[in-house]
Design a protein around this ligand. Sequence first.
Ligand code: GAL
Length: 683
Amino acid sequence: MSEMTLIGTLAALGVSQAFGSPLGWKQTDSGLWQAKIGKPDKVTLLSAAGVPPQKSKLRELGGGKLPKDFLKESSGGTFDGKAWVRLPLEPDEKIYGLGLRLRGLERRDIVRLRMDHFGKNEDQTHAPVPFYVSSKGYGVFVNSARPLTYYIGVGNQLGAKQNPKPQDRNTDPGWDPQPFSHAVEISADASGLEIYIIEGPELIKVVQRFNLLCGGGALPPKQSLGFWHRVRTMADSQEVLNEMDEFKKRGFPLDVIGLEPGWHSKSYPCTYDWNTKLFPNPDDFLVQCQKRGVNVNLWENGGVSEQSSMFSALKPYAGSHTEWLGMIPDYTKTEARTIYSNHHEATHIAKGVSGYKLDEVDGYDVWLWPDHAQFPSGINGATMRQIFGVAMQRALSETFQKRNQRTMGLVRGTNAGAQTFDHVIYSDHYDHREFLCALVSTGLCGTMWAPEIRSANNSEEWIRRMQTSCFAHLAQLNGWADATKPWSYESVAEASKQTILLRNQLFPYLYTAFAQYAQEGKSVIRPMLLEDGGAEIDQFMLGDELLVAPMFAGQKSRNLRLPAGQWRDFHTGKSVGSGVITISPSLETTPIYVREGATIPMLNPVLSIGETFKQPKVQVQIRTYGPQLRPGLLYDDDGITFNFKKGEYSWFTIDPTTKSFKQMSGNYRTKYAEPKWISMSTK
Ligand code: GAL
């Protein structure tokens, strides 16, 4: 029976509308197909972020492929306040993604995508990104800011041609309570939906196309890739300065200091104005931080106190409900963002603040507004919940762009479209294994994640957590509650220092991986799924050449799987072979492996990335992991401004045969001096 005849037959049964109709697909860019169902919302994920797709990069990537008849077999419709779409699904097909995840990458049955704080159940996530990839080599992105529900292989439609034959439970012991539905059905409380199907078949390219559709990836300022330390709540300016000096005295790297609650004159709700009791002279405090070469990041959340100097200007844009009795401005409105932006620029950024930590924008149900809350742009509380963090990041991104200054910040709730805003997710949920899974899952959803270190039950846990933190997008110790320092656990203080120094050493390699993210949409942290289809959640690729397999407290050894080819131990250069291997690294060692033949650009050990790049020349060392060396990649730009968008960047090939850099594109004059070559391939 053809689809049209089926719909006709069902129409005769009086159920036509519920079963929808074929979708009108339109190719919007190479590799991207879009369809609209019903009347899609004006405020979507992409419109809330307001970042255009990188069309030329999408074109460069070219088109790919979809499974046969995929678009033809898709359908959708609207009915009784719901909009929905139905996409084909094979019985052996696996669906991965749908946001930042704690316990695995594969999604099955029913997934409710709703912004919330991690931990209560598997569905609640700080990044409910409506994007998934399929083992059949394609991706699906629903550009809707509504909470969405996914029915993956469940919910058989009446008369669907591939439905299994009904079984008789009375007589058939193999009766299946959940007959497979050959579909992913996605629905929302909305008058319509906009959906993109993304071509593969290589999953890394599906992810690249998705990120490029959202504007590309983040390219953080250089200094922000150094070590971050957050001081305890209610610390005053002198304590903060002393703490920075203590880092120097002890020889611990530090690039960014984070202030926690206490710096606002009032917080929860926040004033966004300095507390002059704790910070009697904020301007001078910021000058003192700059003198020490340390950037300052300020904590805040979204509820505006009546005592804030922004309050009356923002009042006309307030939503109907509050957070901790603070007014919630509708930052999807340009006017509200401008007020926020002007205040932040004049009061903090122009004086030297380098960025913000946007806290609690994910909520915990009882903290945020109800779903029926009303906002001036016409969106309800449920929709605002999905994009509140995005709108605040946008306000900051616009502020920093205007100043031609890059920022990197933290955010506790984000979504698709915010990739280029350079904000990294973190959480109060403090489970090391789950933190690692979240890190791995970022590669499938265009987000970044800081598996921050706060406290530990013992020194082993401390150093193992430190090792995970230092090979993530952002390396941070958050001492807000425990006032911990990297040297708090004496027996592993030196190991902590060496781990942070190694992160700093890897800066050129890491920055190059970020440039690939920004310009090609390639995730910095990549699940093995994107490398070779593996579903591991306790190991990941960091850029093109390195594989990281963190350890947990109590673990003396672990297995890890090396993808095809030969691999070497990053630290020793020793060959470790291929396939599944068992490792027993010492407490001081972060298990990192490198693809044989790689050239890895590194710095000498430095205490500050920011200070290093203020020097006229920067010494770089290139580790080679022969015998059969391949050329490597190195990216550079000024690391501070957006001038890279005007061509002021440089891509180099590291040529191991001539032992030199060859400039391939761009016109930035690098500070990297003649490299020192270190052969790691002797063993
Ligand atoms: C939490 C946040 C912590 C810290 C704390 C301060 O919500 O996740 O990182 O900032 O607030 O009160």
